[in-house]
Design a protein around this ligand. Structure first.
Ligand code: FAD
Length: 430
């Protein structure tokens, strides 16, 4: 079967099952606003929506269309927890008071997503049924217990599961127990991005697609974002470009590693098989560092991560690896065809934590979700809106951090895929 290139939106399953894209005309004039937001993924769209709700005049400039970046290409798992850190680490790193506020901010992030979906009637297959993290090796239960107990101690509905309970909830015999966070869930990500854009437009924001910002400068006491055919002058700027960050703000681009990441979807399972795979419609991301994540969509397909180390001949490699993954995790679905293979870029950083930056007076950025950006980017948007409206660094979490550029970024970033091989090896060892 001939398939579209993995970066072609036609390759992405979500393109075919999302509601239509909102109309976002190209910017063709010079405009003014209170705030200009650059990038229309979850971060930028949530910023715009929260700014409008607070009464600010906001214009969003997007190089392609809302949801074009990672927001329209991901697995859709809404997870109110850090990738690597536990709440105790965060209180140690940021101090007790700031750390506690950051933990609360993360804990509330999934509820924010599902409340926006309900409030704005966003059509995105939303299911807040809980998120599972199963242990793929018995030794990984130690880390699972630390995560579950620390979140539960802070009031999160987080439950430890033994092997039998995990098998019942996943429909997979492959795991050794794990934990369930009941506030997690999953969404159709492109549908969510388009729904946020519709909500922001309905609230009075302007969104211009096909309008890449090519320069950002100061003119007449304001910031001016220039696009090929127009400009927006504003008191404040929010950069919401995450892994798709260009040299518009060079130090920001050098602070993250854009990891090219692949995804695959199976053909629809029969009803009999589908009701045995994730029978309660949970999302699942297991304890592997070279991540295995699975969820079902409304068409009874399994949607999963796929991570070939060498990104050549990906269709054949991903097809074989994804079939093997399904057979290992869900033997009852063995042999099912892989119908879609696509890609997106994840913004990784060293500490695997979202970062809010104040880049210059009135210029803010939020990025670096390291593969956990649905809940956190939505919450980041709410925080960036408040900062752009004048809230101080201690008024709103997350606390701002300085931009840390990676040494030899241009050499290190392309080599990041090699880490996948290292993590896959580590996943078999500890
Ligand atoms: C394959 C994959 C699977 C993932 N799975 C999950 C998951 O299951 N759960 C989870 O929580 N997270 C997941 N993530 C991460 C999550 O998708 C991201 O963290 C989140 O979407 C980031 O949103 P964002 O708005 O910050 O960035 P993006 O959605 O990437 O948006 C950035 C936007 O900026 C635009 N842009 C860039 N430069 C300019 C410019 N100069 N002018 C105008 N516009 C510009 C781009 O076109 C793009 O639309 C996954 C990511 C990928 C790639």
């Amino acid at each position: 079967m001939s398939r579209p290139a993995t970066n072609d939106p036609a390759a992405n399953l979500w393109t075919h099952t999302a509601p239509p894209a909102p109309v976002c005309p190209r910017l063709e004039e010079d405009l003014t606003a209170d705030v200009v937001v650059i990038g229309a993924g979850f971060t930028g769209l949530s910023t715009a929506l929260h700014l409008r709700e607070a009464g600010a005049n906001v214009i969003v400039l997007e190089a392609e269309e809302p949801g074009f970046g990672a927001s329209g290409r991901n697995n859709g798992q809404v997870i109110p927890a850090y990738v690597r850190h536990n709440p105790d680490d965060v209180e140690r790193l940021f101090g007790e008071e700031r750390g506690k506020r950051l933990n609360d901010w993360v804990a509330d992030s999934a509820d924010l997503v599902f409340s926006l979906i309900a409030k704005h009637s966003i059509q995105c297959e939303a299911a807040q049924n809980g998120w599972l993290q199963p242990a793929h090796r018995p030794s990984r239960m130690k880390g699972v217990i630390a995560k579950q107990s620390q979140w539960a101690a802070r009031g999160a509905p987080a439950r430890l599961l033994d092997k039998e309970e995990m098998e019942a909830l996943t429909g997979s015999p492959a795991y050794h127990g794990g934990w369930l966070h009941e506030r997690g869930g999953h969404i159709q990500p492109l549908g969510y991005a388009r729904g946020l854009a519709d909500a922001a437009l309905a609230a009075g924001a302007k969104i211009h697609g096909q309008s890449p910002v090519t320069a950002l400068d100061r003119a007449d006491g304001k910031w001016r974002a220039k696009t090929p055919r127009g400009s927006v002058s504003a008191d404040a700027v929010v950069l919401a470009t995450n892994a798709y960050t260009t040299s518009l703000w060079p130090r920001l681009r050098q602070s993250i590693v854009p990891l090219r990441s692949f995804h695959a979807a199976t053909a629809p399972m029969s009803d009999n098989v589908a009701k045995t795979v994730l029978p309660n419609n949970h999302g699942l991301s297991d304890t592997r560092q070279a991540l295995w994540a699975f969820r079902k969509d409304q068409g009874n397909r399994i949607i999963m991560t796929a991570a070939p180390m060498i990104p050549f001949g990906v269709h054949g490699k991903i097809e074989r690896a994804s079939k093997a993954k399904v057979a290992a995790a869900f033997p009852q679905a063995s042999g099912i065809e892989i119908s879609h293979i696509w890609e997106g870029f994840i913004a990784m950083n060293v500490e695997r934590m979202p970062r809010l930056h104040e880049l210059a007076g009135g210029v803010y950025a939020g990025l670096g979700y390291s593969g956990r950006g649905i809940a956190l980017a939505t919450s980041m948007g709410a925080a960036l809106a408040k900062r752009a409206m004048g809230a101080g660094p201690d008024d709103v979490p997350p606390p701002p951090v300085p931009v840390k550029t990676l040494p030899m970024h241009d050499i290190v970033a392309p080599m990041s895929r090699a880490m996948i091989g290292y993590y896959s090896w580590k996943d078999t060892k500890d």
